[in-house]
Design a protein around this ligand. Structure first.
Ligand SMILES: Nc1ncnc2c1ncn2[C@@H]1O[C@H](COP(=O)(O)OP(=O)(O)O)[C@@H](O)[C@H]1O
Ligand SMILES: [Mg+2]
Length: 298
């Protein structure tokens, strides 16, 4: 279940000025049942029981709902390092006359904690860029993510995915699973400086998604991850094919998308990292002169 405080809690400087303002306004019980998503009643009942709830939406439906739906802040995520909010998003479902509701995460740019090694207010764009790379990879690693205005100003909004509570993430992160290898490949491309265990979300059925991808795309090498198991190992055919596909995408549509979100040299550095990974044909090795594991690791 999400560890929440009320939406207007003010216990951290990053969110001192954050007030839910016009949060929500969606009438309770306004949404009717839809087989693709949860109704507001279902979500609220589950949340009251302390269960984690999520939309069961296909990606195009989720993206549209996240982009145009009405966001209401339910609470602030206590485990988060930024001003990060657990929300409901209500909206129409594509091609139907019925309403849909899903749970989502909303990270307003003004809630971002300043960092010394990333420009202020840039994390939401980096999260969106990571989603774009995940989509282009075809690996479906990052949950549907959009950038939009919200009750606390512009920010990133991401579909809340439901984690399989029976999976022990500490155990999981030690396993030699193709899903984890793919995340490790994607992180090498993204130059992810913060791949913690808690950012790996095991879903029912064995899929693993990866969240909190704000600390990506630096031009400096910063790979910090708990997924070093395959360090120096040769990429398999599928991994090479995906790296090649990403390199082509970066020269086209993905490159254009990233240039809207990142500095030009950050997009060039991403292409450079893929070229280096392809020419070496192997997973990267930790650099002795840099911290290689995020803190805390979980
Ligand atoms: N899309 C999501 N689906 C399910 N849980 C999420 C999602 N995004 C965040 N969470 C949960 O919320 C916590 C805080 O989110 P996170 O992205 O780590 O925020 P921050 O950038 O502030 O650290 C995560 O550790 C995870 O438990
Ligand atoms: Mg986090």
């Amino acid at each position: 279940m999400p560890d929440l405080s009320s939406a207007d809690s003010k216990d951290e400087p990053a969110t001192e000025e954050l007030e839910p303002g016009g949060a929500g306004g969606a009438s309770l019980g306004g949404a009717s049942f839809d087989a693709l998503g949860f109704t507001r009643e279902e979500i609220e009942a589950a949340a009251l029981e302390g269960r984690q709830v999520a939309g069961r939406l296909d990606d195009p439906t989720a993206l549209r709902l996240l982009q145009v739906g009405e966001i209401s802040v339910i609470g602030r995520l206590l485990s988060a390092s930024n001003g990060t909010f657990f929300c409901l998003v209500d909206g129409p479902s594509a091609g139907r006359d019925r309403a849909l509701t899903a749970t989502c995460v909303y990270k307003p740019i003004r809630g971002e904690r300043p960092l010394i090694d990333f420009p202020d207010g840039s994390l939401a764009c980096r999260e969106l860029g990571a989603y774009g790379v995940s989509v282009a990879s075809g690996w479906d690693i990052v949950p549907p993510t959009v950038m939009r205005d919200g009750p606390l100003g512009p920010g990133m909004v991401q579909l809340w995915v439901e984690v399989d509570p029976s999976v022990d993430v500490v155990e999981l992160a030690r396993l030699d699973l193709p899903e984890l290898r793919r995340i490790a490949v994607l992180d090498a491309v993204l130059n992810n400086a913060d791949r913690k265990g808690g950012h790996l979300l095991p879903l029912e059925g064995g899929r693993i998604q990866a969240i909190d991808n704000g600390l990506c795309f630096s031009v400096e090498p910063k790979l910090r991850t708990i997924l070093w198991r395959w360090r120096g190992a040769r990429f398999n055919e599928d991994e090479v094919a995906v790296l090649q596909r990403l390199r082509v995408a970066l020269a086209g549509g993905l490159g254009a998308e990233l240039r809207e979100l990142l500095a030009p040299d950050e997009v060039r550095a991403t292409a450079g990292r893929i070229d280096a990974l392809l020419s070496r044909g192997r997973f990267p090795l930790p650099d002795r002169n840099r911290q290689a594991i995020p803190w805390p690791p979980f």
